[in-house]
Design a protein around this ligand. Structure first.
Ligand code: GAP
Length: 442
């Protein structure tokens, strides 16, 4: 059970330390939008780069894609999103607040003011916009509500360019838009978010075996983020509750402060999408088996992961309050490979030019090897430690008088402080890079 008030503490830390800000804050915000600051961007990139390495670059059967957000509107007719991508909406007759009926226990009474709620109606979640043309007639288009369709409409391009053999996958990380009825829980449910997903094309006869394989890979992925069995639950989605395209879905839920809730999912989309695109576009999207010379329409498994929900989960897991040296502190216990800052380099005193010069030299040499390090000379050492702890920096390196040779036997050594234990040890400057790299590598 997550601690009460934890989400508020996390929202506050994210703003205070520059991870995540409210979208359009100076104009009072825009519901369901959030902006990522320098540290939030760094953390997000660390997660998505790790995902790309794990699911794409470390494999021989995966092809990357970056498709356009705006697509021909026929795509969304073929995919079933125009007809079927809707949530049940109820509106309060008194305060006019809108709710998702499937998120309420009582769908007749407003949870905010007690007013009478309307009958549920289906509300399509796609954002509609238009593209102009020279003759003045606009065409209605949608901001994509999932990245998957980019992979389906490029299926033939991938086959023609790379000639992959089944099974193979097409992966993409990018923005997705959904007009959520009630955005909530910080960056958990938003209207604009990054999705990391791939379509894995298979022969129909293998789907159950391959479903289990990808389920196992997803479990491995969550371990890479430092999540244990207490953090992740798998939920089999029953008949009648799955997305319109899915014959089987297992959702992965993370233990968020508000409750266990979806962070990712694995769906068996059958040949639903490719067949619909064949019917609507008239393009042959079959696969020619080089062994049998037969043409078939492949089936598809789809592992999908919300990037913002991952970032929130990594912060929730890392958030720690303890006492160190008799003082209370808050810190983010990020696994070093995910930490947005790997190490902070300080001169012991900033008004001693010889210390600053040596510390700058250590910093600049190390930054060439490990770009995610920072220089910090603000305030006293204690304050710097607190600040770095709060943003989850695993190590702090201090250049002091011994580094300069005050004690000759300690010349060219620095103190290396560990975030979690607060312990410090002396290490050779020449060993720093290898030492930090070994801690960061997964
Ligand atoms: N292509 C499949 C697909 O889009 P989904 O379950 O609708 O499946 C995928 O969404 C993932 O996107 C979810 O597992 C979740 O992590 C994330 N997600 C969905 N809606 C979201 C929202 N409104 N805000 C943030 N993340 C969301």
């Amino acid at each position: 059970m997550a601690e009460e008030g934890l989400m508020e503490k996390i929202v506050s830390l994210c703003k205070r330390r520059g991870f995540v800000f409210q979208g359009s804050e100076i104009y009072g915000g825009l519901a369901g939008t959030w902006d990522y600051g320098h540290l939030g961007v760094a953390l997000k990139k660390n997660i998505e780069n790790l995902w790309w390495r794990f699911f794409v670059e470390s494999r021989d059967d995966m092809y990357g894609l970056d498709s356009a957000i705006l697509m021909n509107p026929k795509v969304w007719e073929a995919s079933g999103h125009v007809q079927g991508f809707a949530d049940p909406l109820v509106e309060c007759s008194k305060c006019k607040h809108r709710f998702r009926a499937d998120h309420l226990e009582d769908t007749t009474k407003c949870p905010e003011c007690g007013g009478k709620l309307s009958e549920p109606r289906q509300f399509n979640m796609m954002f509609k916009t238009s593209v102009g043309s020279v003759d003045g007639s606009d065409t209605a288009v949608y901001l994509r509500p999932e990245n998957a369709q980019g992979m389906f409409v490029n299926f033939k391009n991938i086959i023609d360019s790379y000639h992959p053999k089944l099974p193979f996958g097409i992966a993409q990380i990018g923005k997705t838009f959904r007009n959520e009825i009630a955005p909530r829980d910080f960056i958990f449910r938003v209207r604009e978010f990054d999705l990391m997903e791939f379509e894995y094309f298979i022969e129909e006869k293998n789907w159950e075996e391959r479903f289990e394989y990808w389920r196992g890979q997803m479990q491995e992925w969550f371990k890479k983020l430092g999540f244990g069995p207490e953090d992740i639950k798998e939920i089999e989605i029953p008949d009648g509750e799955r997305a319109h395209y899915s014959k089987r879905t297992v959702d992965f839920h993370f233990n968020y402060p508000h409750k266990f809730d979806e962070i990712g999912g694995l769906a068996y989309r059958t040949d639903f999408d490719l067949n619909n695109h064949i019917a609507h576009s008239g393009t042959d999207l079959s696969y020619l088996d080089p062994n049998t010379n037969e043409r078939t329409v492949p089936h598809v498994l789809e592992p999908t992961f919300g990037l913002g929900r991952h970032l929130l989960a990594v912060i929730v897991k890392a958030y720690t309050e303890d006492e160190l040296g008799g003082e209370k502190r808050v810190y983010l216990k990020f696994p070093p490979h995910l930490a947005p800052v790997k190490a902070a380099i300080f001169p012991l005193l900033k008004n001693k030019p010889e210390l600053v010069e040596k510390a700058r030299e250590v910093y600049q040499n190390l930054k060439k090897e490990i770009p995610q390090i920072v220089w910090d000379d603000n305030g006293n050492i204690g304050k710097r430690y607190r600040r770095q702890d709060e943003i989850g920096t695993p190590w702090c390196v201090t250049v002091d008088f011994d580094t300069l040779g005050e004690k000759p036997e300690l010349k060219d050594t620095v103190t290396l402080r560990d975030r979690d234990s607060g312990e410090q040890k002396r290490v050779q400057v020449s060993e720093l890079s290898a030492l930090l790299k070994s801690g960061i590598t997964v």
